[in-house]
Design a protein around this ligand. Structure first.
Ligand code: FEO
Ligand code: CA
Ligand code: CA
Ligand code: CA
Length: 641
């Protein structure tokens, strides 16, 4: 089973070329970094606030070179975390530790013999997007975090041998989201256990569909004839946060969990369904994942799911108005009139970048007051023109080609078939959009991780926004909306063309300032305005060819004004670095290490789990475990300064 299923996803054969906290209670009142107080209650716990600030009249905030006061760390292939001089890092919440649910304190078993029922109360595997929600400022809070997928060679003592319903259930239980309470205990952060907030949301947790697609004929199944209730969420990749205090998790490569038949419909083909799926084998013991028996079940995945981390009893909601996709994330900005704008990419070769603009303004009153805000609005897809301008084209039923005659019976069908709609609208096919974030000047950045199938003797050819044939290195593209985040036109350019300048990647010459990196994936602008870039070079390509000089995956800080990138952290062997958040004071950073120990084959051998990595514990009888890393400055200062 491949580590990154998006590498296999290439089903677009169409022919077309922090928000201002207006709602959540008890958020910080001062922007850190010496920028001083912002007006009134219009404040910003969220990363996108910077952009919102710039376009809502707060543009006098600091402009100019961002202070990066740390000395960059070198390339490394060590099975450990490297941080700069003056910093310390330690691990919390590794896969398999108790999440903190009272009465379900099951210890991790190093031979991976924990049961499915135990895994349902333990931290999931393969950590990804993450966000800190303050309970007591920067001393105690909740971490909401995604568990994208699992590696069966590590999840079970004997891997996929003796495949059973129990194994499927454990695999499903290691997916989804964890809500973990964490506390600073005298300079060292620990998981609070038990905690009344502790929660696991798995691929079997009851979720509800909301918005235009709920109840649609294409969502109805034998188990759910009303088409409104789905069991679980899966392949939860990047994350987002809302100004009203909720967490957005995205369902990325959902299609690979489903078994398709010998004969696939055009719709199934366009979404990449295939016989046998991608090796999860859930369908062998759970008919829900057999699309030959339950052809509508795949339509019930690929949504942005909204979770209230502060309410362990709240039902996760699949917000269908924002469209279906192999969603990488959901990044919220706020318009001048306080509507929510959500940026989303589909991480698959030649798929698209979207934004959703809510119909209504965000209301004071937190999650309860905004419970249906994301159910009403307009979804757009991006078209990047060669002249540096671009358009957002609405996915609105009845407009242009989105008619019943073309296979879109109603708005719900446009949203379920967003890829086909975007094909028909002539949107720009991108080089695998991953994380998106907004800086303090209102520029929106998207990491385009790589796409080795573009150009040269392959189609589609290069275009202005995706200018590299055989793009093994990736780039970060950015755009600025004309006037407000709700605009339908924008200006764009490339922020950094990634790569190794010594290997004559002509496009990277002069673009890499400071430390080189490849395959940008995670991307986050912190409260101070400093950008953090996380890399995901695939282990099948790592250390060879264009990637031979990069060592392990890493995280860098980048100055959005100058484009200088500086390497801040290198991860252990075989990992990806993905997901990052900080406490409101900026003094504690949490980031995730995903799939340490992944071999080039992308499949761990259960008989030799320590072949590549034994991170983090290096126990003689241990195994590599995805985990959260806590980074602090020894002098107690703000991270990155
Ligand atoms: Fe799950 Fe596209 O990374
Ligand atoms: Ca990964
Ligand atoms: Ca990613
Ligand atoms: Ca990736």
């Amino acid at each position: 089973m491949a580590k990154d299923f998006s590498l296999m996803e290439d089903s677009n054969r169409s022919s077309n070329p922090s928000i201002h906290d207006v709602s959540a209670p008890s958020r910080r009142q001062i922007l850190r970094g010496g920028l001083g107080a912002l007006a009134g209650s219009f404040l910003a716990p969220l990363s996108a606030v910077g952009g919102a600030a710039a376009l809502t009249g707060c543009a006098t905030l600091g402009v100019g070179a961002m202070k990066m006061g740390f000395k960059s760390v070198g390339i490394s292939t060590a099975d450990s975390i490297t941080v700069p001089e003056g910093y310390v890092a330690h691990v919390i919440a590794p896969w398999g530790d108790p999440v903190g649910i009272a009465g379900q304190n099951h210890a991790f078993k190093y031979d991976a013999s924990n049961t499915a029922a135990e895994q349902e109360a333990q931290i999931g595997m393969h950590h990804d997007g993450i966000h800190y929600y303050a309970l007591d400022g920067s001393k105690r809070g909740l971490l909401a975090m995604n568990h994208e997928y699992v590696e069966h060679g590590l999840l079970f003592t004997d891997g996929m041998a003796n495949w059973s319903a129990e194994k499927v259930r454990k695999s499903q239980a290691a997916h989804g989201v964890s809500i973990v309470e964490v506390q600073d205990k005298g300079g060292k952060w620990e998981v609070v256990n038990p905690s009344k907030y502790a929660r696991r949301i798995t691929s079997n947790t009851r979720t509800e569909l909301s918005g235009p697609v709920a109840g649609h004929a294409l969502m109805k199944t034998a188990a759910d004839p009303a088409g409104r209730v789905v069991l679980g969420t899966l392949n939860n990749c990047a994350s987002g946060i809302t100004p009203w205090g909720t967490y957005l998790t995205s369902e990325e490569n959902f299609i690979f969990y489903f078994n398709g038949g010998d004969k696939l419909s055009d719709h199934e083909k366009r979404w990449g369904l295939r016989k046998g799926g991608a090796g999860y084998r859930w369908h062998e013991h759970d008919a829900r994942f057999d699309a030959t028996q339950n052809p509508n079940e795949p339509n019930r995945f690929g949504w942005i799911v909204e979770i209230d981390p502060n309410n362990p009893n709240a039902t996760p909601m699949k917000r269908t108005a924002m469209g279906r996709g192999a969603h990488e994330g959901a990044t919220v900005a706020v318009t001048k009139d306080k509507r929510a704008v959500v940026y989303m990419g589909e991480d698959a070769r030649f798929e698209y970048i979207y934004k959703f603009v809510s119909r209504d303004a965000i209301k004071p009153g937190g999650a309860a007051a905004n419970a249906s805000l994301l159910d009403h609005g307009t979804l757009y897809v991006a078209k990047f023109n060669a002249d540096g301008k671009g358009q957002w084209i609405a996915l609105t039923h009845g407009q242009g080609p989105l008619t019943a005659a073309n296979g879109f019976a109603d708005q719900a069908e446009v949203l379920i078939k967003s890829r086909q709609a975007s094909d028909a609208l002539g949107a720009t096919k991108m080089d695998r959009p991953e994380w998106i974030d907004v800086d303090k000047q209102g520029w929106v950045y998207a990491a385009l991780t790589n796409n080795s199938n573009r150009g040269g003797d392959k189609q589609p050819a290069v275009d202005a926004a995706n200018p590299r044939a055989n793009n093994t290195q990736g780039n970060i593209i950015r755009w600025k909306e004309d006037n407000d985040f709700s605009a339908v036109t924008f200006t764009w350019n490339h922020f950094i063309m990634a790569g190794d300048p010594s290997l004559e990647r002509a496009e990277a010459k002069g673009s890499i300032k400071g430390d080189m990196f490849s395959c940008p994936d995670g991307l986050w602008v912190d409260g101070r305005g400093l950008m953090w870039i996380q890399t995901d070079m695939s282990t099948s390509a790592m250390g060879k060819g264009d990637l031979k000089n990069f060592g392990n995956n890493m995280m860098l800080a980048a100055d959005v004004q100058t484009g200088e990138a500086r390497r801040f952290l290198v991860g252990p062997a075989g990992c990806e670095i993905t997901g990052v958040t900080e406490t409101p004071d900026g003094k504690t950073m949490f980031l995730n290490v995903q799939h340490p120990g992944e071999p080039a084959s992308e499949q761990n051998n259960p008989a030799n789990p320590r072949a590549i990595s034994n991170w983090p514990e290096q126990k003689s009888n241990g195994r590599p475990r995805s985990a959260t890393v806590v980074v602090r400055k020894i002098d107690g200062g703000i991270i990155g300064t």
